[in-house]
Each structure stands twice: as structure tokens, then as C-alpha cells.
Design a protein around this ligand. Structure first.
Ligand SMILES: [Zn+2]
Length: 255
């Protein structure tokens, strides 16, 4: 979740960002009417904030977005309403990119929280890539969950993290299993309204893993793993009846 600031000006993009934000909020409203399970996907960083960097200069922001967009398609096929915090290479600044980088980042994080908190979603999944330059051999996908938000939310967050971690361990962490971890010092995970997890899909600081993360086929493998975990979570935890929303074969597998 390392952040890197790059100077940029984009008045036209600001107008579009504003429209896109309201369009995505419309999906929240639709989700409430239909009573379908809903998931917020939050591709980390964007716009001036590239996030973690690989040694060849690849930033996490676009890989996060690719994985989230692939995941969105998978979940929609399962009958799950998906709300995105962003669908473009941009931060969430409410249509105004003026101001110091630090204050823009604060505004961005608050907007992401506002989307999640107002959605009344069944689960919020924030997608990131990790970096640990002190040791380039460190690798693997890991899920972090919030221990806050009251007992029910905390329990569901932990359960979602466990299910997602299991799928990632089975599908992409073949030679290095990881464990889900509670983390409460990140703004997004502090007293959430919805059960919330952050998925760090791999380490950009590991050159071999960075190469894999850049590949579309690997991004698909990650999104498939996350879709499987989310579907299982929805069936196990949603107060809504999953039999009307999640495909029959998936339901059979979950039982
Ligand atoms: Zn990040």
C-alpha cells in the first residue's frame, strides 16, 4: 500500500470522475431495490497515486483495477450486485483535484469509505499489491480483515478473509501458504459499517512475482480465486436468499 505521488492536471478527467462517481452510487440504489447480495470492490490507488512500484517502474494501481474489473464480471454472472469505487485510472477527489497531495489522498480515502458505508453491502473488498523491498524473496497473496465495526461485522470480516485466503492459497500460493491477518491501523478497516477485507494480491518487490502479476492470465487466476471465495461467503453469510442469486452449481459446491 505504499504510495507514490505524480504531478498531474486533468480538468476533463475531473468532470468525468464526478459523473462516474454518481453513476456508481446509482448501483447502490438498484441493489437495495432488488434485494440482491451486493459487494463493493475497491481497486486501490489511481490517478496521481500509483501505489507500490516494481523495480521496472510498474505501479500497482492499474493491476488492481484490472483484477477488480475481471472480478466484477465474474460476480455479476453470479447475480451479485457490484459497486465499484473506481472504474478508471483516477483517485476519488469529488471532481476537484486541486490541493496538496496529502489532502487529496485524505479526501480519496474518505470518498472510498463513503461509497462503502452508504452501500449497506454484504462485503467490501479492497484490492492492492504489496511491496517489501528489504527482502525481494517475500511473495504471495494475503488477506487482511477488520476486527472492528461490532461483533457481527468483525466476525463476518474474519470469515470472508479466511474464505478468500483459502482460495488464494489453493490457486496461486501453491508453494507458500499464507494466513489471513487482522489489521486495524488502516483507515478503511477502522470500524467499518460493512464487513471489509483488503487483499494484497502479491509482492511487486519480488521480480518474479511482479512479472506474474503483470500477466492477464495471472490476474484472471486471482480474480477467479476471489470470486469463488466471495460467492461462498455470500452463501454462508448473506441474510438474503442466495438460491435466487447464486448459480445452482455454486450452491451445491458450498453445501
Ligand atoms: Zn496499495
Amino acid at each position: 500500500m505504499k504510495r507514490r505521488a505524480v504531478i498531474f492536471t486533468a480538468a476533463a478527467a475531473a468532470v468525468f470522475s464526478f459523473c462516474a462517481f454518481h453513476y456508481e452510487n446509482a448501483a447502490v440504489f438498484v441493489g437495495h431495490i432488488t434485494g440482491k447480495p451486493s459487494v463493493v470492490l475497491d481497486p486501490g490507488h489511481g490517478g496521481i497515486d500509483g501505489g507500490a512500484l516494481s523495480s521496472d517502474g510498474t505501479s500497482e494501481k492499474n493491476i488492481n483495477l484490472n483484477i477488480a474489473m475481471l472480478l466484477r464480471e465474474r460476480l455479476k454472472k453470479e447475480g451479485i450486485t457490484v459497486i465499484m469505487t473506481r472504474t478508471e485510472d483516477r483517485g476519488l477527489y469529488g471532481g476537484n483535484e486541486e490541493g496538496a497531495i496529502r489532502s487529496l489522498k485524505t479526501r480519496d480515502m474518505k470518498e472510498r469509505r463513503a461509497v462503502i458505508d452508504s452501500s449497506e453491502c454484504d462485503l467490501a473488498v479492497s484490492i492492492h499489491l504489496n511491496s517489501f523491498t528489504q527482502d525481494e524473496t517475500v511473495k504471495g497473496a494475503q488477506v487482511f480483515y477488520s476486527g472492528g465495526g461490532g461483533n457481527t461485522v468483525a466476525k463476518k470480516s474474519r470469515n470472508a478473509a479466511e474464505l478468500l485466503q483459502n482460495k488464494l492459497n489453493r490457486n496461486i500460493n501453491e508453494d507458500k501458504k499464507r494466513s489471513e491477518l487482522e489489521k486495524n491501523d488502516v483507515f478503511l478497516l477502522q470500524d467499518p459499517v460493512c464487513p471489509t477485507v483488503i487483499v494484497e494480491c502479491g509482492f511487486l518487490s519480488n521480480p518474479r512475482e511482479a512479472e506474474r502479476l503483470k500477466r492477464r492470465s495471472y490476474q484472471k487466476k486471482i480474480s477467479t480465486s476471489l470470486a469463488e471465495g466471495i460467492s461462498e461467503y455470500i452463501c454462508k453469510n448473506s441474510v438474503k436468499d442466495c438460491k435466487n442469486t447464486v448459480s445452482e452449481d455454486r450452491r451445491q459446491k458450498v453445501k
